[in-house]
Design a protein around this ligand. Structure first.
Ligand SMILES: NC(=O)c1ccc[n+]([C@@H]2O[C@H](COP(=O)([O-])OP(=O)(O)OC[C@H]3O[C@@H](n4cnc5c(N)ncnc54)[C@H](OP(=O)(O)O)[C@@H]3O)[C@@H](O)[C@H]2O)c1
Length: 272
């Protein structure tokens, strides 16, 4: 099946996010960077964070080209989401610069394939801290500093295809299942503040992230995906943007699976 062009996913009206501010964790590469480009094109100001300052600077240059004619539409700031003090500082800096924080995309994350019995206690904890605890720090900080006092906001949590366990990556499966449950809880607790909280569960996406995996893992995943191809980062960005947009204003606590049918069929991982 042919991969669609990025242009074919451009369905939102230009300017739909004008005057809004989005924070995208892990916005220096892959899905986060594609989402940053799309939100900028649609009029938002965008703050990206990650741990690697060099990568963030390269992303900033790209994003500033997309934001041409709008100086001051991009913030790129190092922040490790596992560290509550850094998260607090990031959110404070964005609000100090732009006076608001309407959208939070929790996209930062990382994991490594390994049979469960070979994952060390530290390795397991590292992935849980990154993919679950870091996401909580971000939600809490943005909610307390802006969304709760201002009575509104959108949070989109990027998770993964966890619907038949996550054989081959037990740590991230557990973390993402935690984020999905947290998404439902926050959606209910924060509905009174006008904050909508949703998750997005991508299947196999060709990105800077999956480029790190052995190619056979990707190929096997694609062959076991009903649509018989990997998704693109632009397709994921389009779904994230949908969940942050006015088109989704009666959706909260939901997870959108965008996986070419992978969660319903097939065996992604070879179990050694
Ligand atoms: N690609 C897929 O097939 C797929 C499928 C399902 C889910 N996902 C998830 O989607 C998200 C984006 O994936 P991707 O494919 O675009 O991979 P990626 O390029 O590796 O993106 C992950 C980003 O998160 C940042 N990050 C990691 N740990 C961080 C931390 N502690 N604090 C701040 N930033 C951190 C990384 O930057 P630094 O290293 O500089 O911090 C990187 O920019 C990830 O959470 C991934 O697990 C991807």
């Amino acid at each position: 099946m042919a991969t669609p062009s990025a242009d074919s996913q451009r369905v939102f009206a230009p300017g739909i996010f004008r005057d809004q501010v989005a924070i995208i964790t892990g916005g220096g590469s892959g899905i986060g960077l594609a989402t940053a480009h799309e939100l900028l094109r649609l009029g938002a100001r965008v703050a990206i964070c990650g741990r690697n300052a060099e990568k963030l600077e390269a992303a900033r240059t790209e994003l500033e080209a997309t934001a041409a004619g709008r100086p001051d539409a991009v913030i790129a700031r190092p922040c490790d989401i596992r560290e509550p003090a850094q998260v607090e500082e990031l959110v404070r800096a964005v609000i100090a610069a732009w006076g608001r924080a309407d959208i939070l995309v929790n996209n930062a994350g990382g994991q490594f394939p390994s049979p469960a019995q070979h994952i060390s206690p530290n390795g397991f904890l590292a992935v849980i801290k990154n993919n679950l605890v870091g996401t909580f720090h971000m939600c809490r900080e943005v909610a307390n500093q802006w969304m709760i006092p201002q009575q509104g906001g959108r949070i989109v949590n990027v998770i993964a295809n966890i619907y038949r366990g996550f054989p081959g990556m037990v740590h991230t499966g557990a973390a993402r299942a935690g984020v999905e449950n947290m998404t439902m809880t926050l959606a209910v607790e924060w509905a009174q503040f006008g904050i909508l909280v949703n998750a997005l569960a991508p299947g196999i996406i060709r990105s800077s992230g999956t480029a790190q995996y052995p190619p056979q893992i990707l190929e096997r995943g694609i062959s076991e995906t009903p649509l018989k191809r990997a998704g693109t980062v632009d397709e994921v960005a389009a779904s994230i943007v949908f969940l942050a947009s006015p088109a989704a204003q009666f959706i909260t606590g939901a997870t959108l699976r965008m996986d070419g049918g992978q969660s319903l069929w097939g065996h992604t991982w070879e179990i050694p």
